[in-house]
Design a protein around this ligand. Structure first.
Ligand code: PHE
Ligand code: CA
Ligand code: ZN
Ligand code: ZN
Ligand code: ZN
Length: 296
């Protein structure tokens, strides 16, 4: 997998901030900054050769949008899907939550195109609407998918907050081996967790498990029996001194002190965490999609 330049990811964050600033300070569901964000991401993907679809839904009297991007080729019956929510909370521009996940997966998608990656499995990327109002976009997508299409999705990778300023390196506990999940996820979730962990091990960064309870857009996927996984650098929770011993940073402070606040801007991102997580996404997409299917 390629090493993704973090400057490319940061350039997308600059665009998300400009969009928020030009649209009343946020990129929230039902507000103009949300659709402007969709159009920015769609434009980059279309130019790179993706097949994009905008799926509309209605929530709370407003139209919401999911952006779906398919990379042509690969086994149509074996899909590796990667997603992030593109909406912000109404209080601010949502740069860590979730500009970081949105920008990281966008840059991985663009790296697929740049490198001419031709995986065995089919690659699909998604930017979800209205996560902040209760996973509305991702739930709409999974609910609307025919059962035959659901079973084709072999893995769903979710990235929600991957550049927290006082970061932890958390991997969703898909196998419940850390005992912090809500029980093991669908079969295959363990392999996703182990692949993400393998990347961090390769760069010498320890990880810890985090809740696999559905508090982000992977929830509707695991409810439908689709294997899932992802990473997270922390939200309103407080970093402990034991976590500082592992990762550095500030004990007794939140992983993200600007969570759902107006100050979730460009200064609210740790570039090292963003870089490592983006590279972990690329590693995992390449590993899960590129392997030859087992014989038989
Ligand atoms: N989904 C939460 C939000 O967007 C953040 C979160 C992500 C919390 C992952 C826990 C785990 O506000
Ligand atoms: Ca990198
Ligand atoms: Zn979020
Ligand atoms: Zn949020
Ligand atoms: Zn585990």
């Amino acid at each position: 997998a390629p090493d993704i330049p973090v400057a490319n990811v940061q350039a997308h964050l600059n665009q998300f901030l400009s969009i928020a600033t030009a649209n009343g300070g946020n990129r929230a569901h039902g507000r103009p900054g949300y659709l402007a964000s969709v159009n920015y991401v769609k434009g980059r993907l279309d130019a790179a050769g993706y097949t994009t679809t905008v799926q509309s839904f209605t929530y709370n009297g407003a139209t919401g949008y999911n952006l779906i991007a398919d990379w042509p080729g690969g086994d149509p019956n074996a899909v590796v899907m990667t997603g992030a929510h593109l909406d912000s909370a109404t209080a601010g521009p949502g740069i860590n939550d979730n500009g970081t996940g949105s920008a990281a997966i966008l840059e991985v998608a663009l790296a697929v195109a740049r490198t001419g990656f031709s995986p065995d499995k089919h690659l699909r990327f998604a930017w979800w609407g209205a996560e902040e109002l209760g996973l509305r976009g991702s739930r709409h997508y999974v609910t609307a998918l025919p059962a035959a299409e659901r079973t084709k999705i072999k893995a769903y990778l979710n990235f929600d907050m991957v550049g927290s300023p006082n970061p932890g390196y958390f991997v969703y506990d898909g196998d419940n081996s850390d005992g912090v999940g809500a029980g093991p996820g669908p079969a295959g979730s363990a392999q996703i967790e182990q692949t993400l962990q393998a990347y961090f091990t390769s760069i010498g960064v320890p990880t810890r498990g985090t809740d696999f309870d559905g508090r982000s857009d992977y929830g509707p996927f695991i409810s439908a029996g689709i294997p899932a996984g992802g990473t997270f650098t922390g939200a309103e929770g407080t970093k402990t001194s034991a976590q500082v011993a592992l990762w550095g940073g500030t004990a007794g402070a939140a992983f993200d002190p600007c969570y759902h606040r107006a100050c979730d801007n460009l200064g609210n991102v740790n570039a090292t965490a963003l870089d490592r997580n983006t590279d972990a996404i690329a590693y995992t997409v390449w590993a899960l999609a590129g392997a030859a299917p087992p014989p038989g």
